[in-house]
Design a protein around this ligand. Structure first.
Ligand code: SF4
Length: 453
């Protein structure tokens, strides 16, 4: 049969909207010069990890000395008052400080992640516990959580290059605050020995998440020693180093040669042993990714290091289709796999950052197809009380009115129901009142479990 000309007529696509390529525009300007304390700092100095670490902002006083009159006194007072009810102390790198829009700090998505304002704080959810994922309850030795059969979470230290105000591990990470006295998880040989001995004694463990705190803070020799000790365990097939570092202090990847070389040696040795060692990082907003980020990530990738991202869905930070789409596209452009987007855990003092389950499901639906399937993140709920991570869509029951979602977790704890709760400030006032009444609250939970059966 003759094929008509019409069948072969070329179907030209309309030219691409330049907006669709915005993910490729990475800042390479001297964006720190608008900060009074950094106005005279040249690019070479600013983009060194030593400068970044030495000039971290660790108190309201230091914030005032760095910003001077870029923000109002009211704003400083809001920060000081917010800190009194915060589970995390302050630590922000000059890099992140310089990327915040100080002309409008109340609405800035980066500021919201690191500085709590009193006027934004919402009352904590009544079901909140400090260790909401019950990591301590599943820890056979200090700093090692063994929840899933084949893998463990190893918290190797308790410090980070920045302190995120929403940290799930606020029970242990960072300095004590007015509100929270922390569990001690400092680098300690005896603690490491005990954890590694436990891993060696359990042949079913094949996978280790090395976290903290943040392994960015390990010295090069500590990183290499730890990596080699894990690789030496026969039944360990893979592990990931979890770090927020590339998102908040990318300069380290460019200028800390000893650290990058140590990481590379561990990854190379793993590859020769047919084991996988990768980096999991934590970008939440596209503005965290600039030209220096690209330089740092390119350096790791040129050494064969795989990088994946785990973001947290946060109100006012990335809970819009446009922002999440841009984040996914920008990460994909840099060949960082956008692996997970977590719904926000219940953490003391940061209820304002949480979204409803419904918000995240709508965003997921809207962005799927933005790029290849292997670069589309799975939206994850880490269920309360230690049920582990579940695909957000897999709830047994979800009541949008009471904000209660119920999950099961057959591998971790069969026959147990686990909850996730929407933030109360997103519910109707009469439902909020029911949540504040102990009897009504238990009734709503019991009804949800009954409906889930
Ligand atoms: S870097 Fe990670 S461990 Fe450290 S404060 Fe932030 S979320 Fe918590």
């Amino acid at each position: 049969m003759a094929i008509t000309e019409e069948v072969y007529a070329p179907r030209t696509k309309p030219p691409v909207d330049p907006e669709d390529l915005a993910h490729r525009e990475l800042r390479r300007d001297e964006f720190w010069r608008h900060i009074p304390a950094f106005a005279d700092i040249d690019a070479h100095t600013f983009h060194s990890h030593i400068f970044q670490m030495r000039h971290s902002i660790t108190s309201v006083g230091k914030l005032m000395r760095v910003l001077e009159n870029r923000v109002s006194n009211d704003f400083y007072q809001e920060v000081a008052a917010g800190l009194q009810h915060a589970p995390m102390s302050v630590r922000i790198s000059p890099y992140i400080t310089s990327l915040i829009n100080w002309d409008d700090p109340y609405r800035d998505p980066l500021r919201k992640q690191f500085l709590s304002l009193r006027c934004e704080q919402e009352r904590d959810h009544p079901e909140l516990h400090l260790d909401s994922l019950n990591e301590l309850g599943d820890a056979p030795v200090a700093g090692l959580t063994h929840r899933y059969p084949d893998r463990v979470l190893f918290l190797v230290l308790d410090t980070c290059p920045v302190y995120c105000r929403f940290c799930t591990r606020s029970y242990a990470v960072g300095l004590n605050t007015e509100d929270v006295e922390k569990v001690n998880l400092r680098v300690n040989r005896e603690r490491w020995d005990n954890a590694i001995e436990y891993i060696q004694s359990r042949p079913e463990i094949e996978d280790v998440v090395v976290s903290g705190g943040d392994m960015y803070q390990l010295k090069a020799d500590q990183l290499e020693e730890l990596g080699n000790r894990l690789l030496n365990i026969d039944h360990i097939r893979r592990f990931r180093f979890a770090t927020k570092g590339p998102a908040v202090l990318p300069q380290k990847l460019v200028t800390d040669d000893a650290w990058v070389d140590a990481l590379t040696r561990v990854v190379d040795r793993g590859r020769k042993m047919h084991k996988e060692v990768v980096l999991h990082t934590h970008f939440n907003h596209p503005a965290e990714i600039t030209g220096i980020t690209q330089d740092g990530l390119n350096r790791l990738q040129s050494r064969g290091i795989t990088i994946r991202n785990q973001a947290v869905l946060q109100s006012g930070v990335n809970n819009s289709i446009e922002t999440m789409r841009l984040l996914i596209k920008r990460l994909s452009y840099l060949n960082v796999q956008p692996y997970y987007v977590y719904f926000h855990d219940l953490v003391r003092g940061v209820e304002d950052l949480r979204t409803t389950l419904d918000d995240g499901l709508a965003i997921e639906k809207a962005i799927r197809g933005t790029t290849s399937g292997f670069n589309m993140p799975t939206f994850i709920v880490d269920t309360l009380g230690g049920g582990g991570k579940r695909d957000a869509h897999s709830y047994e029951y979800y009541n949008r009115e009471t904000g209660i979602a119920v999950y099961i977790s057959p591998v971790v704890k069969p026959d147990t129901f686990f909850f996730y709760f929407d933030p109360l400030w997103r519910l109707r006032e009469d439902i909020q009142a029911r949540w504040q009444d102990d009897v009504e609250r238990e009734k709503m939970k019991a009804e949800a479990i009954e409906a889930a059966r």
